[in-house]
Write a new protein. Sequence first.
Length: 129
Amino acid sequence: MKTLIILLCLLLPFNLKTVEHTYRKTSIDVVATCYNATTAQCDKDPLTTAFGYKINKKHASKHKYIAISRDLEKYFNAGDTVFVEGTFIYDGYWIIADRMNKRFTNRIDFLVKQNDFIGKFDNVTITKK
């Protein structure tokens, strides 16, 4: 019985740390901007994202897609759902569906339709849920 208790005591802290790490949220503070699915702002195929997602140009905002700068790919993956806060107008859940040009760092870009509000937002937090 003593052996079983000692064994459980040795294993329990390791298991708790593993569980804690698995459920830890990733939050990053970034600058956020907006973009449209056009050749001027994307590439020669603006209706397909860098990660292969298709865009309906007439309803681009309904996709709730964001592009992330390449440095953020060490924290987030294509297809991750993240919660964005700090923009007021674009706060909420978004899907990581695109990659930004390599000249940008610590930044996200909201995919919006052409007549939507376009702005720059500092002190935005994205959290992987």
